[in-house]
Design a protein around this ligand. Structure first.
Ligand code: ADP
Ligand code: MG
Length: 284
Protein backbone atom coordinates (compact mmCIF):
# COMPACT_ATOMS: atom_id res chain seq x y z
CA UNK A 1 0.00 0.00 0.00
CA UNK A 2 1.22 3.49 -0.78
CA UNK A 3 1.78 6.04 1.96
CA UNK A 4 -1.26 8.27 2.36
CA UNK A 5 -0.54 11.87 1.39
CA UNK A 6 -2.08 13.15 4.61
CA UNK A 7 -2.38 11.10 7.76
CA UNK A 8 -3.75 11.91 11.20
CA UNK A 9 -2.94 9.45 13.97
CA UNK A 10 -4.57 9.36 17.40
CA UNK A 11 -4.88 13.15 17.31
CA UNK A 12 -6.39 15.01 20.24
CA UNK A 13 -7.02 18.64 21.14
CA UNK A 14 -8.19 19.68 24.55
CA UNK A 15 -9.58 23.13 25.36
CA UNK A 16 -9.41 23.47 29.15
CA UNK A 17 -11.02 20.18 30.21
CA UNK A 18 -12.97 19.70 26.96
CA UNK A 19 -11.74 17.27 24.30
CA UNK A 20 -12.84 18.78 21.00
CA UNK A 21 -10.78 16.22 19.05
CA UNK A 22 -10.36 12.90 20.79
CA UNK A 23 -8.17 10.24 19.21
CA UNK A 24 -8.96 11.21 15.63
CA UNK A 25 -7.71 9.05 12.75
CA UNK A 26 -7.67 10.14 9.12
CA UNK A 27 -5.92 8.75 6.08
CA UNK A 28 -6.18 10.70 2.85
CA UNK A 29 -4.93 9.15 -0.38
CA UNK A 30 -3.30 11.39 -2.98
CA UNK A 31 -5.61 12.63 -5.70
CA UNK A 32 -8.83 12.01 -3.80
CA UNK A 33 -11.59 14.24 -2.51
CA UNK A 34 -11.96 13.10 1.11
CA UNK A 35 -14.83 14.53 3.12
CA UNK A 36 -15.13 14.83 6.87
CA UNK A 37 -18.73 15.06 7.99
CA UNK A 38 -20.51 15.10 11.31
CA UNK A 39 -22.96 17.14 13.33
CA UNK A 40 -22.25 20.64 14.61
CA UNK A 41 -19.64 20.51 17.35
CA UNK A 42 -18.22 17.18 16.15
CA UNK A 43 -14.75 18.74 15.96
CA UNK A 44 -14.36 19.15 12.20
CA UNK A 45 -13.15 22.76 12.24
CA UNK A 46 -10.82 22.01 15.15
CA UNK A 47 -9.38 19.08 13.16
CA UNK A 48 -8.79 21.37 10.18
CA UNK A 49 -7.11 23.97 12.42
CA UNK A 50 -4.83 21.27 13.82
CA UNK A 51 -3.90 20.13 10.31
CA UNK A 52 -3.16 23.69 9.11
CA UNK A 53 -1.21 24.58 12.26
CA UNK A 54 -3.66 27.14 13.65
CA UNK A 55 -4.00 24.94 16.74
CA UNK A 56 -1.19 22.93 18.34
CA UNK A 57 -2.21 19.32 19.00
CA UNK A 58 -2.50 18.20 22.62
CA UNK A 59 -1.31 14.77 21.47
CA UNK A 60 -1.08 12.63 18.35
CA UNK A 61 0.53 12.94 14.95
CA UNK A 62 -0.12 14.69 11.64
CA UNK A 63 1.91 13.48 8.66
CA UNK A 64 2.15 15.05 5.22
CA UNK A 65 3.80 12.71 2.74
CA UNK A 66 5.06 10.67 5.70
CA UNK A 67 6.70 13.70 7.38
CA UNK A 68 5.45 14.92 10.75
CA UNK A 69 3.99 18.44 10.56
CA UNK A 70 1.98 18.52 13.80
CA UNK A 71 2.68 21.68 15.80
CA UNK A 72 4.47 23.53 12.99
CA UNK A 73 3.51 27.12 12.22
CA UNK A 74 0.74 27.70 9.66
CA UNK A 75 3.10 29.40 7.20
CA UNK A 76 5.56 26.48 7.37
CA UNK A 77 2.73 24.04 6.71
CA UNK A 78 1.36 26.18 3.86
CA UNK A 79 4.80 26.27 2.30
CA UNK A 80 4.79 22.46 2.26
CA UNK A 81 1.68 22.64 0.11
CA UNK A 82 -1.09 22.16 2.63
CA UNK A 83 -3.42 25.12 2.17
CA UNK A 84 -6.84 25.98 3.52
CA UNK A 85 -9.20 28.03 1.40
CA UNK A 86 -9.41 31.22 3.39
CA UNK A 87 -12.04 33.85 3.77
CA UNK A 88 -11.44 37.08 1.90
CA UNK A 89 -9.84 39.50 4.34
CA UNK A 90 -10.36 43.24 4.28
CA UNK A 91 -7.09 43.72 2.38
CA UNK A 92 -8.35 41.60 -0.49
CA UNK A 93 -11.87 42.96 -0.54
CA UNK A 94 -10.40 46.32 -1.64
CA UNK A 95 -8.34 44.81 -4.48
CA UNK A 96 -9.68 43.87 -7.87
CA UNK A 97 -10.54 40.21 -8.46
CA UNK A 98 -7.53 39.89 -10.76
CA UNK A 99 -5.14 41.49 -8.26
CA UNK A 100 -6.41 39.34 -5.40
CA UNK A 101 -5.49 36.18 -7.30
CA UNK A 102 -2.25 37.80 -8.47
CA UNK A 103 -1.20 38.56 -4.88
CA UNK A 104 -1.96 34.96 -3.88
CA UNK A 105 0.08 33.65 -6.85
CA UNK A 106 3.00 35.95 -6.03
CA UNK A 107 2.95 35.21 -2.32
CA UNK A 108 3.88 31.56 -2.68
CA UNK A 109 6.61 32.34 -5.15
CA UNK A 110 8.22 34.41 -2.43
CA UNK A 111 8.68 37.49 -4.59
CA UNK A 112 7.93 41.04 -3.61
CA UNK A 113 4.33 42.07 -4.11
CA UNK A 114 5.08 44.17 -7.16
CA UNK A 115 1.76 44.50 -8.90
CA UNK A 116 3.08 46.39 -11.91
CA UNK A 117 6.41 44.83 -12.81
CA UNK A 118 7.66 42.08 -15.06
CA UNK A 119 6.83 39.31 -12.63
CA UNK A 120 3.19 40.34 -12.80
CA UNK A 121 3.25 40.00 -16.59
CA UNK A 122 4.71 36.54 -16.33
CA UNK A 123 1.93 35.43 -13.99
CA UNK A 124 -0.94 37.19 -15.75
CA UNK A 125 -1.76 34.27 -18.03
CA UNK A 126 -1.89 31.91 -15.10
CA UNK A 127 -4.20 34.23 -13.17
CA UNK A 128 -6.51 34.59 -16.18
CA UNK A 129 -6.70 30.81 -16.52
CA UNK A 130 -7.58 30.41 -12.84
CA UNK A 131 -10.35 33.00 -13.11
CA UNK A 132 -11.70 31.20 -16.16
CA UNK A 133 -11.59 27.84 -14.37
CA UNK A 134 -13.68 29.10 -11.47
CA UNK A 135 -16.04 30.97 -13.80
CA UNK A 136 -15.33 34.57 -12.81
CA UNK A 137 -13.05 35.84 -15.58
CA UNK A 138 -15.75 38.33 -16.59
CA UNK A 139 -15.41 39.88 -13.10
CA UNK A 140 -11.60 40.32 -13.26
CA UNK A 141 -11.70 44.11 -12.94
CA UNK A 142 -14.39 44.26 -10.27
CA UNK A 143 -13.51 45.04 -6.66
CA UNK A 144 -13.46 41.73 -4.74
CA UNK A 145 -15.57 43.01 -1.87
CA UNK A 146 -18.40 43.90 -4.24
CA UNK A 147 -18.91 40.38 -5.61
CA UNK A 148 -21.89 38.22 -4.69
CA UNK A 149 -21.41 35.65 -1.94
CA UNK A 150 -21.08 32.79 -4.43
CA UNK A 151 -18.62 34.68 -6.63
CA UNK A 152 -16.51 35.53 -3.57
CA UNK A 153 -16.30 31.83 -2.71
CA UNK A 154 -15.18 31.13 -6.30
CA UNK A 155 -12.56 33.87 -5.94
CA UNK A 156 -11.31 32.36 -2.68
CA UNK A 157 -10.97 29.02 -4.45
CA UNK A 158 -8.99 30.67 -7.27
CA UNK A 159 -6.73 32.36 -4.70
CA UNK A 160 -6.06 29.07 -2.95
CA UNK A 161 -5.39 27.31 -6.27
CA UNK A 162 -2.98 30.13 -7.21
CA UNK A 163 -0.72 28.98 -4.37
CA UNK A 164 -0.38 25.59 -6.12
CA UNK A 165 -1.34 23.44 -3.13
CA UNK A 166 -0.75 19.70 -2.82
CA UNK A 167 -3.57 19.37 -0.33
CA UNK A 168 -6.44 21.82 -0.27
CA UNK A 169 -8.63 22.03 2.82
CA UNK A 170 -12.12 23.44 2.55
CA UNK A 171 -14.15 23.94 5.72
CA UNK A 172 -17.82 24.32 4.80
CA UNK A 173 -17.21 26.07 1.49
CA UNK A 174 -20.93 26.35 0.73
CA UNK A 175 -22.00 27.83 4.07
CA UNK A 176 -24.62 30.51 3.52
CA UNK A 177 -25.05 29.72 -0.16
CA UNK A 178 -28.21 29.23 -2.16
CA UNK A 179 -28.78 25.74 -3.64
CA UNK A 180 -27.77 27.03 -7.09
CA UNK A 181 -24.57 28.59 -5.73
CA UNK A 182 -23.87 25.39 -3.79
CA UNK A 183 -24.10 23.26 -6.94
CA UNK A 184 -21.87 25.68 -8.79
CA UNK A 185 -19.12 25.77 -6.18
CA UNK A 186 -19.24 21.97 -5.77
CA UNK A 187 -18.75 21.53 -9.51
CA UNK A 188 -15.92 24.08 -9.44
CA UNK A 189 -14.16 22.23 -6.66
CA UNK A 190 -14.34 18.99 -8.60
CA UNK A 191 -13.26 20.37 -11.96
CA UNK A 192 -10.50 22.65 -10.70
CA UNK A 193 -8.85 20.12 -8.39
CA UNK A 194 -9.14 17.15 -10.76
CA UNK A 195 -7.49 19.07 -13.58
CA UNK A 196 -4.60 20.02 -11.28
CA UNK A 197 -4.22 16.72 -9.46
CA UNK A 198 -4.84 18.34 -6.08
CA UNK A 199 -5.92 16.33 -3.05
CA UNK A 200 -8.88 17.76 -1.16
CA UNK A 201 -10.05 17.47 2.41
CA UNK A 202 -13.54 18.86 2.65
CA UNK A 203 -15.94 19.53 5.47
CA UNK A 204 -19.44 20.20 4.25
CA UNK A 205 -22.94 20.23 5.70
CA UNK A 206 -24.72 19.68 2.38
CA UNK A 207 -25.12 15.91 2.11
CA UNK A 208 -25.94 16.02 -1.61
CA UNK A 209 -22.60 17.71 -2.25
CA UNK A 210 -20.78 15.21 -0.04
CA UNK A 211 -22.24 12.15 -1.71
CA UNK A 212 -21.80 13.58 -5.16
CA UNK A 213 -18.19 14.70 -5.09
CA UNK A 214 -16.39 12.62 -2.43
CA UNK A 215 -14.21 9.59 -3.08
CA UNK A 216 -14.21 8.79 0.63
CA UNK A 217 -16.14 10.01 3.63
CA UNK A 218 -15.06 10.01 7.27
CA UNK A 219 -17.86 10.52 9.77
CA UNK A 220 -16.85 12.35 12.94
CA UNK A 221 -18.80 12.58 16.18
CA UNK A 222 -17.59 13.91 19.53
CA UNK A 223 -14.06 14.34 18.26
CA UNK A 224 -13.54 10.89 16.80
CA UNK A 225 -14.29 8.65 13.84
CA UNK A 226 -17.55 6.74 13.97
CA UNK A 227 -17.53 5.49 10.39
CA UNK A 228 -15.57 5.68 7.17
CA UNK A 229 -16.06 4.49 3.64
CA UNK A 230 -17.16 5.40 0.18
CA UNK A 231 -20.23 7.66 -0.04
CA UNK A 232 -22.32 4.61 -0.92
CA UNK A 233 -21.08 2.72 2.13
CA UNK A 234 -21.52 5.60 4.54
CA UNK A 235 -25.00 6.53 3.38
CA UNK A 236 -26.24 3.02 4.11
CA UNK A 237 -25.31 3.19 7.80
CA UNK A 238 -28.60 4.18 9.47
CA UNK A 239 -26.97 5.45 12.67
CA UNK A 240 -24.75 7.82 10.73
CA UNK A 241 -27.66 9.26 8.85
CA UNK A 242 -29.73 9.48 12.05
CA UNK A 243 -27.03 11.45 13.83
CA UNK A 244 -26.35 13.68 10.91
CA UNK A 245 -29.89 14.31 9.80
CA UNK A 246 -31.00 14.69 13.42
CA UNK A 247 -28.54 17.54 13.66
CA UNK A 248 -29.64 19.10 10.40
CA UNK A 249 -33.29 19.01 11.34
CA UNK A 250 -33.19 20.10 14.96
CA UNK A 251 -29.71 21.53 15.52
CA UNK A 252 -29.33 19.10 18.41
CA UNK A 253 -28.01 15.56 18.39
CA UNK A 254 -30.53 13.54 20.32
CA UNK A 255 -29.72 10.07 19.05
CA UNK A 256 -27.80 7.87 21.47
CA UNK A 257 -25.67 5.02 20.15
CA UNK A 258 -22.42 3.23 20.69
CA UNK A 259 -19.41 3.48 18.41
CA UNK A 260 -20.01 2.08 14.97
CA UNK A 261 -17.65 -0.39 13.37
CA UNK A 262 -15.01 1.33 11.31
CA UNK A 263 -15.12 0.71 7.62
CA UNK A 264 -11.63 0.69 6.30
CA UNK A 265 -11.84 -1.54 3.24
CA UNK A 266 -11.50 0.46 0.06
CA UNK A 267 -14.61 0.14 -1.99
CA UNK A 268 -15.12 1.00 -5.62
CA UNK A 269 -14.40 4.58 -6.57
CA UNK A 270 -17.35 6.87 -6.81
CA UNK A 271 -18.17 7.70 -10.40
CA UNK A 272 -17.56 11.38 -10.92
CA UNK A 273 -20.51 13.61 -11.56
CA UNK A 274 -20.83 15.33 -14.86
CA UNK A 275 -19.85 18.74 -13.57
CA UNK A 276 -21.11 20.48 -16.71
CA UNK A 277 -24.66 20.05 -15.53
CA UNK A 278 -23.86 22.38 -12.62
CA UNK A 279 -22.51 25.16 -14.74
CA UNK A 280 -25.68 27.13 -14.52
CA UNK A 281 -24.22 30.42 -13.39
CA UNK A 282 -25.99 33.42 -14.79
CA UNK A 283 -29.14 31.51 -15.68
CA UNK A 284 -31.01 32.30 -12.50
P1 ADP B 1 -17.54 21.48 14.06
O1 ADP B 1 -16.67 22.23 13.11
O2 ADP B 1 -17.60 20.02 13.78
O3 ADP B 1 -18.91 22.07 14.19
P2 ADP B 1 -15.74 22.54 16.07
O4 ADP B 1 -14.42 21.93 15.80
O5 ADP B 1 -15.95 23.93 15.64
O6 ADP B 1 -16.89 21.58 15.53
O7 ADP B 1 -16.01 22.49 17.63
C1 ADP B 1 -15.92 21.26 18.36
C2 ADP B 1 -16.13 21.58 19.82
O8 ADP B 1 -14.99 22.27 20.33
C3 ADP B 1 -17.32 22.47 20.09
O9 ADP B 1 -17.95 22.03 21.28
C4 ADP B 1 -16.70 23.84 20.28
O10 ADP B 1 -17.49 24.63 21.15
C5 ADP B 1 -15.35 23.50 20.90
N1 ADP B 1 -14.33 24.47 20.56
C6 ADP B 1 -13.88 24.76 19.31
N2 ADP B 1 -12.91 25.68 19.35
C7 ADP B 1 -12.74 26.01 20.66
C8 ADP B 1 -11.88 26.93 21.36
N3 ADP B 1 -10.99 27.69 20.70
N4 ADP B 1 -11.99 26.98 22.71
C9 ADP B 1 -12.87 26.21 23.36
N5 ADP B 1 -13.70 25.33 22.78
C10 ADP B 1 -13.65 25.23 21.44
MG1 MG C 1 -17.06 23.76 11.80
Amino acid sequence: MSTPLLEVRNLSKTFKAFRAVDGMELSVEAGTIHSVIGPNGAGKSTLFKLITGVHVPTSGEILLGGQAIGGEHPHQIARKGLVQVFQLTSIFTRLSVFDSVMVAAMATRRRSLDLSGRFRKALAGEVELLLEDVGISHLAKRISGELSHGDQRALELAMALATKPRVLLLDEPTAGMSPAETSTIAALIVSSVRSRDITVVLSEHDMDVIFEISDRVTVMHQGRVIAEGTPQEVRTIPEVMAVYLGDQVSGVVSVGYGPLPRRRESGPRTPLPDSSKHREKGQS
